[in-house]
Structure formats: C-alpha cells, structure tokens
Design a protein around this ligand. Structure first.
Ligand code: GAR
Length: 190
C-alpha cells in the first residue's frame, strides 16, 4: 500500500475528503503523516480524530526553511512516505524537500492555472470577471503554483456568483477530483 503525507495549513476539508475516500475504499493509500505549519489549525483536530500521526510546527521557531524542512524530511523518511499531497498548505516548498521528493509532490489550486496563482485565487477570478474558472492539480516545483499540470476541471462562474457560492462549488469539485487523481497517480506508479 502506498503511503502519503498530507500537508495543510487551515481548515483541512480536502484532507478530510482524502481520508474519507480511503475509508470508503475508493482511494488505495495510507496516510502516514499529516504536516501542518499553523498551530491551532482545524486540520490538526481532524487528523487527531482520525488517529493519524501529525507534525505541527511554527516556522518562526526555526532559523530557516532549510531547518524545518529538514525536520519534516526526517519524519517523511521515518514514515516511509511515497507521495506528498499539498492540500491548502500555504507555503512554498524549498530545495530540501524538492530534491528528496522530486516528482513526488503534488498540489491542488482553486483556479485554472496558469491563471490566478497564489493566494485568493477565487477572488482574483471573480474580480477578473471570467465566466469559467476551476481546479488544477499539478506537480510542485520551486515556484508559486507553477509546476507541470496533471489534471484540471472547469467550474462555471454564473450570473450573480458570490465568493461564498463560488467557493462552495470549487470545494465540491476539489473533494471528489483530488482523491480520484491521487488514486490514478498511485496506480500508475506501481
Ligand atoms: C483549497 O481550496 C485549495 O485549493 C487551496 O486552499 C484551499 C484549502 O482548503 N489551495 C491554494 O490556494 C494553494 N495555492 P481546505 O483547507 O478546506 O482543504
């Protein structure tokens, strides 16, 4: 069974959907580690409830990214992780992790990249007035939401769309799309 680590910074609804798909037998994987860079984030409570090993850290307590990523790397190796899944981890990945997990780090982003990278992607799409936005799953490189695209799904921006209604639609798509793409990736890497 392939082992994944999920990195998240906030609510963790994507974390939850991945765990729920595993429990339902729709995603053949084990969550070997949950990494969170924000003390008190909701995802930590979710991970504890699922009795998963967590590594929660405060980046400010480390001298540099190299130092906290070094500690993450040790735990990834100790837990025999095959794939790193970023799910709302709002931090660039540095060379320490990129070099050791080359081609084995993926991210989900709430827009059709390369449009609207970075924070507040849904607000950016609404402000730009696009009629189609969506969700992108991509490999992670050193840039901000710039790595090679694996899969995308479109979401229509309807008349009178608000940030709340768009966020709901995007999340609904993410929660099914991410587990299914992870399943495909793990199957094809056998
Ligand atoms: C998701 O919508 C994800 O696409 C986005 O953060 C949200 C996390 O929600 N990621 C990015 O914007 C990455 N640049 P969640 O914590 O409820 O899973």
């Amino acid at each position: 069974m392939k082992r994944i680590a999920i990195f998240a910074s906030g609510n963790g609804s994507n974390f939850q959907s991945i765990v729920d798909h595993i429990k339902a037998g729709k995603l053949e994987a084990e969550v070997g580690l949950v990494v969170c860079d924000r003390i008190g984030a909701k995802v930590i409570e979710r991970a504890k409830k699922e009795q998963l090993e967590t590594f929660v850290f405060d980046p400010k307590e480390y001298e540099s990214k190299k130092h906290f990523e070094g500690e993450i790397l040790e735990r990834l190796h100790k837990n025999h992780i095959d794939l790193i899944v970023l799910a709302g981890y709002m931090r660039l990945i540095g060379p320490t992790l990129l070099q050791s997990f080359e081609g084995k780090i993926i991210n989900i982003h709430p827009s059709l990249l390369p449009s609207f990278p970075g924070k507040n992607a849904m607000e950016q799409a609404l402000t730009a007035g696009v009629r189609i936005t969506g969700v992108t799953i991509h490999y992670v490189d050193e840039g901000m939401d710039t790595g090679p695209i694996i899969a995308q799904k479109a979401v229509e921006v309807e008349q009178g769309e608000t940030i709340e209604s768009l966020a709901q639609k995007i999340h609904d798509v993410e929660h099914v799309f991410y587990p299914s793409v992870i399943q495909k990736l793990l199957k094809s890497s056998n």
